[in-house]
Design a protein around this ligand. Structure first.
Ligand SMILES: CC(C)(COP(=O)(O)OP(=O)(O)OC[C@H]1O[C@@H](n2cnc3c(N)ncnc32)[C@H](O)[C@@H]1OP(=O)(O)O)[C@@H](O)C(=O)NCCC(=O)NCCS
Length: 310
């Protein structure tokens, strides 16, 4: 039996968390995911400001055996201002795989949101299923990183770091609306995204025209830049430099960020102090109303950090 519902207070988040843990299993390398697979996380994630998530469940009797979620975001005005949906938490119980249940979930979702763009950052297991359902690669991101050279020590520096201040970030993103990327950064969105996460804390490092949002990983040794804002490429680079200075002052040993390799090449950015990790993160997208969503999803990647899936 396939169920298509909107997440609500009546949703059984305990059941979802238990199912996700069962379906994904536990690998040491993926301990970050395991840490998040708790009811509070899904309760938060399925209620962004743009509305509640669509949930597709397949049951065998009463038992949940497959599911996926689609979380809505408001597109920036330049992108049409409509809703776009990130598909996530794709999972089938190991005993029920290769029977078409993922395909069935995707078909049910396509009925719920027939004209909107849907996108996903799939792992290798789900890519073939997405392609069969009409998805295509819309953009590629490369995880990049660099060591923080010099003696890392806890010190004050000129980049101001504070707990996230959603209002402050809201005004920072208004510097240039084109820098919103595909998702509108309303104050409500920023408050939900960075202020209301049940398990992660984020920092905004700001300078006068630019800044970055950062999370610390691996007991604070690594700083991950989730997004940077500014009115020009130079300002965005300055935002990342501010993040680097902050991370150095905070005793971090490395900085990580995700970047579209095509956009970086066009901007002539090849920094010698950056490592390029071999992991490309692919964004798959599909739209029933437009010929191809290619390009429109190029800057959806900040949502990668939503699930902190790096
Ligand atoms: C990914 C996953 C949800 C697929 O679920 P499923 O119900 O087995 O998928 P389906 O039976 O609907 O398969 C759809 C298509 O995907 C492809 N596919 C599914 N599993 C595959 C596998 N192990 N290897 C290669 N192709 C596969 C096939 O093309 C299949 O179509 P076909 O059976 O007609 O050949 C499931 O393997 C899973 O839960 N994996 C662990 C959790 C996970 O990694 N989720 C993805 C997060 S992005």
């Amino acid at each position: 039996m396939t169920e298509l519902i909107r997440a609500s207070g009546a949703t059984d988040f305990e059941e979802i968390a238990a199912f996700q843990r069962r379906a994904f299993g536990h690998e040491w390398l993926k301990s970050e995911r395991h840490r998040l697979q708790r009811p509070e996380y899904y309760r938060w994630k399925y209620s962004p400001p743009a509305g509640s998530a669509w949930l597709v469940f397949v049951r065998s009797g009463q038992e949940l055996v497959a599911m996926l979620a689609a979380v809505p975001f408001e597109q920036a005005a330049g992108q049409g201002g409509s809703t776009t949906w990130q598909i996530c938490d794709i999972a089938t119980d190991p005993r029920f795989r290769r029977r078409g249940l993922f395909a069935r979930c995707l078909a049910a979702l396509a009925e719920a949101v027939p004209t909107d763009v849907t996108f996903c950052f799939p792992n290798k297991q789900s890519r073939a299923g997405l392609i069969k359902a009409g998805y295509a690669v819309s953009s590629t991101l490369r995880l990049r990183g660099g060591p923080i050279l010099g003696l890392a020590m806890r010190q004050m520096n000129d980049a101001r770091a504070s707990s996230i201040d959603a209002v402050e970030c809201g005004s920072a993103f208004q510097i240039d609306p084109r820098r919103h990327g595909s998702i509108r950064r309303s104050p409500e969105f920023l408050r939900w995204r960075y202020g209301a996460h049940p398990f992660n804390s984020y920092l905004a490092v700001t300078t006068s025209h630019t800044g970055s949002i950062i999370r610390r990983l691996f007991s604070g040794r690594v700083a991950l830049v989730l997004e940077t804002w500014g009115g020009s490429d130079e300002e965005r680079r300055a935002g990342r430099d501010a993040a680097r200075r902050w991370a150095k002052g905070a005793g971090c040993m490395a900085l990580l960020w995700a970047q579209d390799p095509l956009a970086a090449a066009q901007a002539g950015r090849t920094r010698l102090d950056a490592w390029q990790r071999p992991w490309d993160i692919l964004c798959y997208a599909r739209s029933n109303s437009q010929p191809s969503p290619r390009g429109t999803t190029e800057r959806l990647h900040v949502h990668l950090g939503d699930w902190d899936a790096v």
